[in-house]
Design a protein around this ligand. Structure first.
Ligand code: DGP
Length: 113
């Protein structure tokens, strides 16, 4: 597994981001193409390309990412929000470093496109 993605470069500090949360396991920052008033990406420091590569040993990390999304949602003053993980090109994944989208601040319809 390499860290050779745009998010790897954000993690290394080579590319700037609008950070909203950081700890030893993950980083959260605003999406550059926001789809809602609040659109934050939570990414693990471990360079997992997608959910497909996650192993049982990643269970705690995956739970942590979701809980950090919750924390950021509250930090952003959201009452309702959506968390999304696109997994694979056919599902809309464009950056192959696992990330949780946190989206909110407007009514969200279902199903998504
Ligand atoms: P996905 O389609 O699920 O792989 O989502 C990738 C998201 O990453 C997309 O919403 C746009 C965002 N993005 C891509 N490049 C950058 C960047 O350089 N900075 C930030 N903040 N977001 C980026």
């Amino acid at each position: 597994m390499t860290n050779d993605t745009i998010f790897g470069r954000i993690l290394s500090g080579a590319i700037p981001c609008d950070e909203v949360y950081s700890d030893d396991k993950c980083l959260a920052f605003r999406d550059i193409e926001p789809q809602a008033p609040v659109h934050v990406l939570v990414i693990p420091r471990k360079p997992l390309p997608s959910l497909k590569e996650a192993l049982p040993e990643d269970a705690e990390l995956l739970g942590h990412l979701i809980l950090v999304a919750n924390l950021v949602a509250k930090q952003e003053g959201l009452e309702d929000w959506r968390t999304v993980i696109n997994c694979g090109e056919g599902a809309g994944q464009t950056v192959f470093h696992l990330h949780v989208h946190l989206i909110g601040g407007r009514p969200l319809t279902w199903p998504p496109g």
